[in-house]
Design a binder for this molecule. Structure first.
Ligand SMILES: [Zn+2]
Length: 123
């Protein structure tokens, strides 16, 4: 099995409703996003998926979050834009874009700070 990881980042504001503490107030983060794809198939020139293609797909997903107030956009109007929910959102949206590729997403990580991330995967 081959695994390929790309990362990017976005800046956005959010509010965690129901959280008892500072994170209930409006504040922002510079989130780092990492995604791991896996495949056991290589194309004729030896690539599992072109990094450029994978990065482009990730960029398409997170460009909708960049410089946004996350609570105002779907699906975060009804679910808190926590790092956990952001990781699942990135995982699901990027998985849809990967449907035509042999590679599948293994996990998505969203780093809320230098020392803390949430990860989503199917297992
Ligand atoms: Zn926060």
């Amino acid at each position: 099995m081959y695994r390929l990881m790309v990362q990017s980042s976005f800046a956005a504001a959010h509010q965690l409703k129901g959280y008892e503490g500072k994170c209930e107030g409006l504040h922002g983060h510079n989130w780092r996003v990492q995604v791991m794809a896996k495949t056991d198939v290589l194309n004729p020139i030896g690539l599992g998926i072109d990094f450029k293609v994978l990065k482009g797909m990730l960029q398409d997903v997170i460009s909708l979050l960049d410089h946004a107030f996350l609570n105002d956009i779907e699906p975060f109007k009804t679910q808190n834009p926590s790092s956990e929910n952001l990781a699942r959102h990135v995982f699901e949206e990027l998985s849809k874009k990967l449907e035509k590729e042999p590679a599948r997403l293994e996990w998505a990580r969203v780093w809320e700070s230098e020392s803390a991330f949430a990860q989503y995967s199917l297992e």
